[in-house]
Design a protein around this ligand. Structure first.
Ligand SMILES: Cc1cc2nc3c(=O)[nH]c(=O)nc-3n(C[C@H](O)[C@H](O)[C@H](O)COP(=O)(O)OP(=O)(O)OC[C@H]3O[C@@H](n4cnc5c(N)ncnc54)[C@H](O)[C@@H]3O)c2cc1C
Length: 458
């Protein structure tokens, strides 16, 4: 009771200078603001500070310190483990911070920490420019980039974080630090992969590249009983892709909600339209597809093509791992597991990583997974709460069946909330020790711990 009263008193004082919106339980807007993408996450912060600028972010951190409350930071709110929010703490919400400034001369863009990929791509594509970003356009640029950033352009231009030119971070004391390869370079190294452990990114500056606006891409789907051949074709094609092309495979359901299972590939070729057309031929000519949506399209259209399949508020439970190899046994196991998928929104995804993303050295950034290969993701979604136990059980069982084919690494941005043993060492591999040392230097009290936490070394 005493704590609640002091929160109320501090909040009232704080509200006099704070330019954003400060909400407590019961306030108008609180119930909506506390929600994140994953409907399974149901946390109730003591305060939600919806910031309007960097000064607000700094003030919100100081307020949390004064109140002795823990902090969570919200960018796009897509993190499936729900690390953007917190029970009883302060949610520092950047979702209103939407400024985007394109510098055409230097081919750079400055974007605030609440921007989504839809918003960033819209601005940069007006000039025929883009940077590697998320495949679903409602995802936040901040969380995705700070943890890695797999996307359509990574074969040609590397991960999202490989394109960061600088960051403005608010630290645990409310101070502002600018970091780049030449300013606080250790911090810049750690923040590129460290996933929010090293401060609140209020502005992210990216290098831009010429992309489209028309690229070649889309989705092609075959009947589920052709899965083995589709996945074998996928394996063959991904053994020799040009940097311009990214190709993912998925066992998924028809988008009409009928529950019909399909074997599909989704792809983007960001080179010339002629080269794109040539690259897509083997995918199209392999058999008669159930659905063929591959062709020239606007890059922004490709970026939002899958959005409706991932509605905000759906229940999500994910598990993922990098694979050692895509053997026949692994493919067979995937197909058998998917045949038992209990939800028409469930899918198994194979993401192929190659090209520029795989040419960066393991120690060049904190993100260590730089070998060409495959990431395997069980992406389980459902809408009926009564399905929760079945969906979680299926995800766990599928993961257990696929474990014999797993490599040791995991992608930090896909980690769930119940990974058993601490999954963070596997997410950082040989970079973990240096990350812990830098955490001790830049956040010794572990203020930023509502994330996949890198604990300060003793
Ligand atoms: C539908 C869907 C599609 C996805 N597609 C892709 C994809 O194509 N490629 C890919 O690589 N990943 C993808 N992801 C995973 C995605 O990278 C992570 O969920 C990521 O955490 C989302 O970032 P966010 O800002 O939206 O999330 P949030 O939940 O807001 O934040 C995620 C984490 O980052 C921290 N964080 C957020 N903003 C900041 C900030 N400004 N400063 C410091 N820390 C911050 C948070 O505290 C939290 O720990 C997808 C996720 C979903 C749900």
């Amino acid at each position: 009771m005493t704590v609640v009263r002091s929160v109320a008193a501090e909040a009232a004082e704080f509200g006099k200078t704070f330019r954003g919106t400060l909400m407590r339980p019961g306030d108008a807007g609180y119930e909506e603001a506390r929600k994140v993408h994953n409907g399974l996450v149901n946390k109730r912060p003591a305060l939600i500070a919806q910031c309007s600028d960097t000064a607000d972010v700094a003030d919100a951190i100081r307020l949390a310190q004064r109140l002795g409350l823990e902090v969570a930071v919200r960018g796009g709110g897509h993190n499936v483990a729900g690390r953007a929010t917190i029970d009883g703490g302060v949610m520092i919400d950047l979702s209103l911070m939407k400024a985007i400034k394109v510098d055409l001369e230097r081919r750079r863009v400055h974007a605030q920490g609440g921007v989504t990929w839809a918003e960033l791509n819209r601005e940069t594509q007006r000039h025929g420019l883009a940077v590697t970003g998320g495949i679903v356009s409602s995802t936040g640029i901040a969380g995705l980039t700070l943890g890695g950033g797999l996307g359509w352009l990574m074969g040609k231009y590397g991960l999202a974080l490989d394109n960061l030119a600088s960051l403005e971070l608010v630290n645990a004391l409310g101070g502002l630090i600018r970091t780049s390869k030449t300013e606080e370079p250790d911090l810049f190294w750690a923040a590129r992969g460290g996933g929010g452990n090293f401060g609140i990114a209020t502005t992210l500056e990216y290098q831009l590249h010429s992309v489209g606006p028309t690229i070649t891409g889309g989705l092609i789907a075959y009947p589920f009983d052709r899965s083995r051949d589709v996945l074998s074709l996928y394996r063959e094609r991904t053994s020799s892709l040009p940097d311009e092309q990214i190709l993912f495979a998925t066992l998924a359901h028809a988008p009409d909600g009928s529950g019909v299972k399909l074997a599909a590939m989704v792809t983007c070729h960001c080179g010339s339209l002629a080269a794109g057309e040539l690259a897509m031929r083997p995918l199209k000519q392999f058999d008669t597809p159930a659905m063929d949506g591959i062709g020239p399209m606007a890059y922004c259209e490709l970026n939002s093509m899958l959005d409706t399949a991932y509605p905000k508020g759906a229940f999500n439970y994910w598990k993922s791992t990098f694979l050692r190899e895509l053997s026949d046994d692994a493919l067979r196991t995937m197909i058998d597991c998917f045949a038992r998928c209990p939800t028409p929104m469930g899918q198994l995804v194979i993401e192929h990583i190659h090209g520029a993303a795989a040419r960066v050295g393991v120690e060049e950034t904190a993100f260590p997974h730089r070998q060409e290969g495959y990431n395997f993701l069980i992406l389980t979604q459902w809408l009926d709460v009564a399905m929760t136990d079945r969906c979680i059980a299926w995800t766990r069982d599928t993961y257990a069946q696929m474990e014999p084919f797993a490599a040791s690494g995991k992608y930090v941005n896909y980690l769930g909330d119940d990974e058993g043993m601490d999954p963070v060492p596997a997410a950082y591999g040989s970079n973990y020790r240096r990350l812990r040392e830098l955490k001790s230097k830049y956040d010794p009290k572990n203020c930023f711990r509502m994330n996949q936490n890198i604990r300060p070394s003793a």
